[in-house]
Each structure stands twice: as C-alpha cells, then as structure tokens.
Ligand binder design. Structure first.
Ligand SMILES: C[S@@+](CC[C@H](N)C(=O)[O-])C[C@H]1O[C@@H](n2cnc3c(N)ncnc32)[C@H](O)[C@@H]1O
Length: 421
C-alpha cells in the first residue's frame, strides 16, 4: 500500500508482480459484490452439492448461467479458439452471505466447473490473442482505462472502429455495467461521508488522489480526442463519455486486469483483460495456479491445484495473496473475509491482519508506510470504540452499502489490531 503522500500518483500495488512468486501471471485487482441472479437461469438447476468446494465464495453449489448474454459469450469463446473450455467450465451464480441475516445473500457470478478436473490439468485455457492487451505494466490505471473505454464505446455505440473491437461485444456485454452494484463497492464511488467513516486517512487520500488522476486523464486524453473526432468516446448517441465513465473504466482495470509477464528474458509485463479468466472470483485459499505469457502463440491458463469436482466454483487468489482489505475495498470493491482454512468463525480475516501488521510495522518487508502515516492511521481508528461501531452496524440505521462497508472495515481493523497489540 503506497500512501498518496509518499508518491504523486497512487499505485494500486496489485498492479505490481509480487516478486516472491514464480508464476508468470497474476490476478491484478479486486471487491462486496452484488450481482443479480441470471435472468434466465431461473429453473435451471446447477450441480448437486459437491462435497468439497474449491473456495470460499463457493460454499454452496452454483447455478449455471444460461442467460441470452451468457450464451452469446459462450459462442464468442467458441469463435475465437477457446471452445475446449466449454466442456470443462461455464459461468455460474454462487450464493454469497454478505450480512448477518438470512436475507443478506447475494448471487455472485463466477466460473463453475462442469465436470471433474484432476489436479494438474488445465481448467481454463485462453489464447493470448483473445486477451485485450492494454500495454505495459505501470502504476496508473487511468491509461489502460482510456484504451479500454475507447474500445467499449466503439462497441456500445456501434461507431466506426476496428472490427476486432466489435467482435468483442459479446464479452463487453458481460462486464459489470457503469454504476452497477459491483463498481459502487469500490471507494472510488463512495460518498464523502462513507469515505470518512472508514476511519482511514490513507485510503481516503489514495482514493482522492485516484480521482485526481482520472480527472487529469479525462481532460488530457478523452475530452481532447472526443473534440477532435466525433467517432471517439461516444457513450450513447451524441453523448460523450464523462469523467465518471472513465472512473468506471479505471475500476474495470483495477478489478479485472491481470499483470502478465512478456516473453522470457524480455523483463516486461503487460496488463491484460482475459475473457473468462477475468470472471473467476477471489478466494485467498485457492490452490489454482495462473500461468502463461503475454506473447503471440502463448496460452493463458488456470491450472487445477487440487482435484476439482463438477459444480465447484473456480476461484483464484487476487493480488498474489499478499494484499489486505485496504487494497480490496479500493481496487475490487469488497472486503475479503477469507483466511486460512483452519481459521475459526470468530477469528479475524487475514486481509485485516495484513493491514494491521502494516500499520504497526510488524511487516517491514511489505510496509512502505512512513511512521507518520502509521501513527495517523492508528489514531484515526480511535475516533470510536469497537463496541460503538458494532452497535452502529447492528442498529439498522445504516442503510447505505458504502457506509456499511466502511463500518465493517473499521471493525475488522480494530479486531485485527486488538489481536496484535
Ligand atoms: C475479476 S472479477 C470476477 C468476476 C465477477 N464476479 C463477474 O461476474 O464479472 C472481480 C470482481 O468480482 C467480485 N468478486 C470477486 N470475488 C469476490 C468475493 N470473494 N466476494 C465478493 N465479490 C467478489 C468483485 O466485484 C470484484 O471486483
């Protein structure tokens, strides 16, 4: 986590390759999701409960997505050389508990195994040519976001543009829409009140600094280009994409892009949007392995790290398993409640412990915070007690999702710190 005060542009650290990993491909970014159940999946039963799910968002068997949009997406995979995947996996919906009551269950879209897949075999294989290569790895998500937004607009408005961008329409149609509940989970879309309620000056500052980046990028690249050509960045009809659309596109980048190493010995890494692989949800305990290279002729794969059962969710671990909930709530828009497989229910999630270790200087290797940042962060959390926060969360008075998430974050932080201090 790089505090914005330490750098002029804040860097989502999940854009960087965890140097300790040997994998060539990493999930870049991540989020409290709410997905609508597939409109047409009603009545279509998924697999009967597999005894073992491969991950956490997977607790119950999923239902297969056979909506019109999903069927078009499967066709798109077929047309582009990825048809073999459809024998192994599809898209599915998985119930996800997001609150204490029985009603607090959402349906999270993800990837579901259609048959048993032995350990060591590929689960997903996507030709590199199918991925959208958004260029060299860097700290600024707004640059690939403009490139992505341009392509998305070509498809959305059927403007003049490369046929390859239009061919990707069946993929674009599956992406979380502008202002969908998924993207509203990211602090980029939090109200000022909710940002304050996080009791995290570091997240607040980084979020504001990301907004500045979007603003500058919009003025410099999007507005200017749209003025020069009536074809570029049309959002609908004559309406030009707005700064808020670019903010959404940046969230698409931070939540879905994978950083993938280029040819051996090139030393480069590129940011790729990889259809289907980008539909795998997060589970910190996922044993599955991402491999592949950003180069012509290569195949980008998710390889089974354990035997997979039909009906299992195919999840992967975002951010190289080293990111905490400070990153998750900004980049992916959800709070990661997962942890070690053995952890008891009452124990604090690993994603909070990671942040707590950073704030208390227990993890020197990962901590890039100054002592001043650490002190400011710890001080801010003292504004209310854990008991007060829990009371507020359970009072029924907090109805906005961003405010609920903010309180959940600070509760998790206080519990994690209490375990350390
Ligand atoms: C790479 S996408 C994964 C696929 C996504 N669910 C979809 O349907 O397109 C990442 C986004 O999925 C959601 N997500 C992934 N894992 C999650 C989890 N364990 N809990 C809640 N939301 C999750 C978040 O919205 C996140 O930003």
């Amino acid at each position: 986590f790089v505090s914005p005060s330490a750098t002029s542009c804040s860097l989502p650290s999940s854009f960087r390759m965890p140097s300790t990993s040997t994998q060539a491909l990493f999930m870049a970014k991540s989020k409290t999701k709410k997905k609508k159940p597939a409109a047409s999946s009603g009545g279509l039963k998924g697999f009967g409960g597999s005894s073992k799910s491969s991950t956490k968002a997977t607790a119950a068997a999923g239902s297969i997505d056979r909506s019109k949009a999903a069927l078009k997406f499967y066709n798109y995979l077929e047309r582009n050389g990825a048809e073999a995947n459809l024998k192994r996996v599809g898209l599915g919906y998985f119930p996800l508990q997001i609150g204490p009551s029985e009603k607090d269950v959402i349906q999270l879209r993800g990837v579901i195994a259609l048959r048993d897949i032995p350990k060591g075999e590929p689960i997903i294989e996507i030709p590199y040519e199918m991925a959208i290569d958004l260029g060299r790895e860097s700290s600024d998500p707004t640059l690939p976001a403009t490139s992505f937004l341009q392509k998305y607009c070509v498809w959305k408005c059927d403007s003049d543009g490369p046929p390859s961008d239009k061919e990707r329409g069946d993929y674009f149609a599956m992406l979380p829409e502008y202002l969908s509940s998924d993207c509203l989970g990211s602090t980029d879309f939090f109200s000022d009140e909710a940002l304050e309620m996080l009791q995290s000056p570091l997240i607040k500052e980084e979020t504001l600094s990301r907004k500045d980046l979007v603003h500058l990028r919009y003025e410099r690249d999007v507005e200017t280009m749209a003025e020069m050509s009536s074809n570029l960045y049309r959002w609908s009809g004559e309406e030009v994409a707005t700064e808020s659309h670019l903010q959404w596109a940046s969230w698409i980048i931070t939540s879905r892009v994978l950083t993938v190493q280029g040819p051996p010995e090139s030393g480069i890494a590129n940011r790729l949007l990889i259809p289907l692989i980008d539909m795998c949800n997060h589970d910190r305990d996922s044993p599955h392995i991402l491999t592949g290279r950003a180069m012509t002729g290569a195949t980008l794969k998710v390889v089974a790290g354990v035997d997979v059962k039909a009906g299992d969710a195919i999840n992967i671990s975002y951010g190289g398993s080293v990111e905490g909930n400070d990153r998750f709530i900004q980049d992916y828009g959800f709070l990661d409640g997962g942890g070690s497989k053995e952890r008891g229910k009452s124990e604090v999630a690993e994603a909070y412990k990671i942040v707590a270790r950073k704030l208390t200087g227990r993890n020197r290797a990962l901590t890039k915070l100054t002592v001043d940042d650490q002190e400011r962060a710890l001080e801010a959390l003292k504004a209310t007690t854990l008991e007060e926060d829990e009371e507020m969360l359970n009072s029924g008075k907090i109805t906005n999702n961003d405010e609920r998430a903010a309180i959940e974050f600070r509760i998790g932080m206080k519990k994690a710190l209490a375990g350390l201090l």
